[in-house]
Design a protein around this ligand. Structure first.
Ligand SMILES: *[C@@H]1O[C@H](CO)[C@@H](O)[C@H](O)[C@H]1NC(C)=O
Length: 269
């Protein structure tokens, strides 16, 4: 029995590595470039024990280092944010932006959301008819993207932090019903110029836009997702994995849930 199970899991792992290696790069914010972290190759997964809100804390930001050239954005600009699909279908991306000195605070990011997008926005599997892991769930590293309007609340020269959160994504370790926990990245950016400063214009934070439409829902305002449309449901709380040598799956608390894929909007929309 035991050896049969080992054979089965080894075979599963071999297939799974093609689609979902829990130890290697899960989806990452690509542009603007994230802070990164040395501990986990830039990846920050709640199931790996990285609880956000950023991949690294404020104290690890490279902002101000002489060799670091931060992206500069303008108030009112439509900033294009990109990430790599990394062989994973579905889920939502939430963007939030706060002054860098609030970037260790989950409460601050939660109160300053600027956009919700589908994860598979403008991207999808390399081979749309590869249904090995479910319809449209095949491998593919295409670049995904969305845009948001840079709020007018930030003064010239302000250093701000963009939080990128991927949640409700799917096909954990080649198991079509299994969904991932949340992943987090942050980029530190300078605001300079653009529309006039209007510190009191908090309209966008009160009603951040949701833009649906993804590979599975090209003509409707929805996204394909797994587990839950509430990011709070896939944080794994304060739980941490207990890695066992030689057991890749033990390195993460994932999957979050085994719901199979659904289509819908983020909670509250
Ligand atoms: C407030 O900012 C939004 C963009 O975030 C803009 O569309 C809107 O026109 C602004 N409102 C006022 C009163 O300036």
């Amino acid at each position: 029995m035991v050896s049969l199970w080992r054979t089965a899991t080894t075979a599963l792992a071999a297939v799974a590595l093609l689609v979902a290696d829990p130890t290697a790069a899960h989806s990452l914010l690509h542009y603007p470039a994230p802070r990164g972290n040395l501990a986990n190759f830039g990846t920050c997964g709640s199931g790996q024990g990285c609880k956000g809100p950023c991949d690294s804390p404020r104290s690890a930001s490279n902002i101000g280092k002489p060799w670091f050239k931060p992206v500069t954005i303008q108030r009112g600009q439509e900033l294009r944010v990109t990430w790599e699909r990394n062989n994973h279908p579905g889920g939502f991306v939430r963007l939030a932006m706060v002054p860098i000195d609030q970037s260790d605070s989950w409460d601050a990011f939660n109160a300053h959301v600027v956009k919700h997008s589908c994860y598979e926005a403008h991207c999808g599997p390399d081979n749309p008819s590869d249904n090995t892991f479910g319809p449209g769930n095949g491998p593919g590293n295409a670049e995904c993207w969305t845009t948001f309007t840079v709020p007018s609340t930030f003064a010239d020269g302000a250093t701000v932090t963009l939080q990128w959160m991927w949640y409700a994504g799917g096909v954990y370790y080649a198991q079509p019903a299994a969904g991932f926990g949340n992943y987090y990245n942050c980029a530190d950016i300078i605001v300079q110029g653009g529309s006039p400063v209007d510190a009191g214009n908090t309209t966008v934070y009160a009603h951040p836009p949701f833009q649906g439409g993804d590979f599975a829902n090209p003509n409707s305002n929805m996204c394909k997702y797994w587990s839950s449309n509430k990011y709070e449901d896939c944080t794994f709380g304060s739980r941490m994995p207990s890695p066992v040598s030689g057991d890749l799956l033990s390195q993460s608390l994932e999957p979050c849930a085994r719901t199979g894929s659904m289509n819908g909007k983020p909670n509250g929309y």
